[in-house]
Design a protein around this ligand. Structure first.
Ligand SMILES: [Zn+2]
Length: 284
């Protein structure tokens, strides 16, 4: 009889513990997210292009993977935390907390070397970055493994692998406007009618969004203006918004201030071009 009584008590205790655990987890799921006490936060954004192995020649847009790793170590040691575009949007729209010292890492043009060298290093340091890709280049990229990492693009499988991880998100760098001809990138041609320009831009952005969504399962939130060229009156921001973007980045080299309650501040963000010719601490 006594044994049955103790068994009953143990079962009762176990039942109570299980119920409390499930109750606690459901409570934590509905707890409000932590608000940021700051109304403004400084946000440095770094802009990378090619990350190569140490024996490749470097130019203004190319740094070695060793140098890139030393950037990541420096950022970590100085207390910076890499953030996603979603975190920036949630701060600007809803006041959700950002890390003490946020930094956004961006990579333009979608080179294969980004997948080979930058992505594994981001994973090694548990950091994240936005890789802005040109849809038409990805669509034409080979599935072969022995491609030249210097000039060739990532392919759709590599982009999918990166996007599925916690260390990369995919941004947009136009579907097919990344060139300099009469038009510089996605900028307006002087004298072109506003309507013609807006139709052309929207069509290209939508095409890239659809392509990226097909590859990764979600549309991009960030648009990187090719060559940093865009209409100076910022009239194209409304086209970006119409296409579903929440952030855009340029090539002006300055610090940003992100403000709570002002999602507009996420358009026209400035970035520091990471060249091999200086030490990273000179930027901050
Ligand atoms: Zn570019």
């Amino acid at each position: 009889m006594k044994i049955k009584y103790y068994l009953f008590l143990i079962l009762l205790l176990l039942g109570t513990l299980c119920y409390s655990a499930s109750y606690m987890s459901s409570v934590s799921a509905i707890l409000p997210t932590v608000a940021d006490t700051r109304t403004e936060v400084e946000l440095p954004i770094l802009m990378y292009h090619k990350i190569v192995d140490g024996t490749s020649p470097s130019d203004e847009y190319t740094i070695s993977k060793e140098r890139f790793e030393s950037d990541l170590k420096w950022l970590r040691d100085k207390g910076f935390t890499t953030v996603t575009t979603r975190q920036l949007i949630d701060f600007a729209e809803k006041g959700e907390a950002l890390p003490e010292k946020p930094v956004l890492l961006t990579f333009d043009d979608g080179y294969l070397n980004n997948y080979l060298y930058a992505f594994p290093l981001l994973a090694k340091y548990h950091m994240t970055g936005v890789f802005s890709v040109i849809g038409s280049e990805i669509e034409n990229a080979s599935e072969q493994l022995n491609r030249n990492p210097l000039g060739q693009s990532m392919n759709s499988s590599e982009i999918k692998e990166m996007s599925d991880s916690s260390y990369a998100e995919i941004g947009s760098h136009t579907f097919n406007l990344h060139r300099i001809s009469e038009r510089k990138g996605a900028d307006k041609i002087p004298g072109e009618s506003q309507e013609t320009y807006e139709n052309l831009l929207l069509e290209d952005l939508n095409q890239n969004n659809e392509y990226i969504e097909k590859v990764t399962g979600s549309p991009p939130l960030l648009f990187a203006w090719p060559y940093g060229a865009y209409p100076p009156d910022r009239s194209a921001d409304k086209i970006l918004k119409e296409a579903g973007y929440k952030l855009s980045v340029t090539s002006y080299q300055r610090m940003n201030t992100i403000q709570q309650g002002n999602p507009e501040c996420l358009f026209g963000l400035k970035r520091f071009l990471r060249t091999p010719s200086f030490d990273i601490e000179q930027i901050f």
